[in-house]
Design a protein around this ligand. Structure first.
Ligand SMILES: Nc1ncnc2c1ncn2[C@@H]1O[C@H](COP(=O)(O)OP(=O)(O)OP(=O)(O)O)[C@@H](O)[C@H]1O
Ligand SMILES: [Mg+2]
Length: 373
């Protein structure tokens, strides 16, 4: 326990020395430092100074290999961004009114007790940074949505820094879901830049600060380019575990090589399945594969069954029972109008059932992640 306290205390101390406090760090300057702008082709990237403070220089930080400073690229074409429309609430007006009335009854007290229990599970201290990999066997199952909800929930309840890492170079949507307006440094860039002498304040200069709190490292700049490879993924996750209490990894679909590595090396795993016969069937095959891995991977796996369409007809109970047979817990993420809309996830627009599902999932996953070696 003493080690746990020291690890988290020193991180928080480092954050406050850099002129920041807790998880709500001042966003670093997003534009490239002057030196980089004047010679954009090949420069040694260095820490970008936080906006409101003087940079704290603690020693040599330059990477060994010169890395070209990438341009900052918008996550959504500005012409499309203005056409996004107003975010709608996940719950209808009638449902929201009904809930306000129910708050006056005794069942509200039970909800508070349950909420407190889940919050305590999510807040469990960790000895070293925990990595949670989110993947699926089918594209479009809801991986990025679940990753964004998880990262947001961890960030809301935990006191240590939380990172959302995108490990899906196929033009993934995690930056958009987390409300990032532009991206710059990618996971592949950081694999060449990170070195053991860097402090969190140095590393955060290469990350995107998420509006709700926490940090994002995208897999790409939203262009078709070189895919993330396994060595880069391993380098980045291993190095960043030092700085972040929890890293949520939004993976490509299985059986991609990076997704398999992420599943194999994570402390806990989330497999997302759509509420369709194909989604459930394919996910059962993945669970049986996990059961065959040497280090009890199934014991640290949670399945999320998502309803990405309001027209799903598969019986959720039957689907969940089929998946539970494989030996992993199954949680339901119900259909949510706000999530279906696409674009940035606004916490205040999520349906109540979505918030509760995200909280239960974060608690289930954290329970497993803390126990893993
Ligand atoms: N609970 C939900 N309710 C309604 N729509 C949802 C829900 N979860 C996900 N969706 C919708 O399903 C679609 C796919 O979600 P998402 O992009 O998260 O999947 P993905 O698995 O990351 O996809 P990809 O394989 O392309 O990376 C999105 O349009 C999203 O808005
Ligand atoms: Mg995705």
């Amino acid at each position: 326990m003493a080690d746990e306290g020291d690890w988290q205390r020193s991180l928080l101390r480092e954050l406050s020395e850099g002129g920041t406090s807790g998880m709500h760090l001042d966003p670093p300057e997003r534009s490239a430092p002057e030196g980089q702008r004047s010679d954009p082709e090949t420069v040694l990237p260095r820490r970008q100074a936080p906006q409101h403070t003087q940079p704290v220089i603690r020693g040599p930080r330059a990477p060994q290999v010169p890395v070209p400073a990438p341009e900052s690229v918008p996550t959504v074409d500005p012409r499309l961004a203005i056409a996004l429309g107003r975010p709608q609430h996940g719950d209808s007006m009638a449902a929201r009114t009904g809930r306000s009335l129910r708050k006056l009854t005794t069942s509200a007290a039970q909800e508070v007790v349950e909420g407190t229990r889940l919050a305590q599970e999510i807040q469990q201290p960790v000895t070293t940074g925990r990595v949670i990999a989110v993947t699926s066997i089918r594209g479009g199952a809801g991986k990025s949505t679940v990753s964004a909800l998880l990262a947001r929930t961890f960030n809301h309840y935990r006191h240590d820094p939380v990172l959302a890492l995108e490990a899906d170079a196929a033009l993934g949507t995690l930056p958009v879901r987390l409300g990032a307006e532009s991206v710059r440094w990618s996971c592949t860039d950081l694999a060449q830049i990170l070195n053991p002498s860097m402090q969190l304040t140095d590393v955060s200069g290469y990350l995107v600060p998420v509006k709700d709190g926490g940090w994002l490292l995208p897999a790409s700049q939203g262009r078709v380019g070189a895919p993330l490879d396994v060595p880069a993924y391993r380098t980045v996750t291993l190095a960043l575990r030092r700085y972040f209490g929890v890293t949520v990894v939004d993976c490509e679909t299985l059986p991609g090589e990076v997704a398999r590595t992420a599943m194999d090396t994570a402390h806990a795993r989330v497999i997302v399945a759509t509420m369709t016969a194909e989604g459930v069937n394919g996910t059962r095959v993945v669970l049986d594969w996990l059961a065959g891995l040497p280090h009890a991977a199934l014991a640290t796996t949670v399945v999320v069954l998502t309803a990405t369409s309001p027209d799903a007809t598969l019986d959720p109970k039957a689907a969940a029972a089929h998946l539970r047979e494989a030996g992993a817990p199954v949680l339901l993420l119900p259909y949510d109008r706000h999530l279906a809309q696409g674009g940035p996830i606004h916490a205040d627009k999520l349906a109540q059932a979505t918030r509760e599902a995200a909280m239960r999932l974060a608690a289930e996953v954290m329970q497993r992640a803390v126990k893993a070696r």
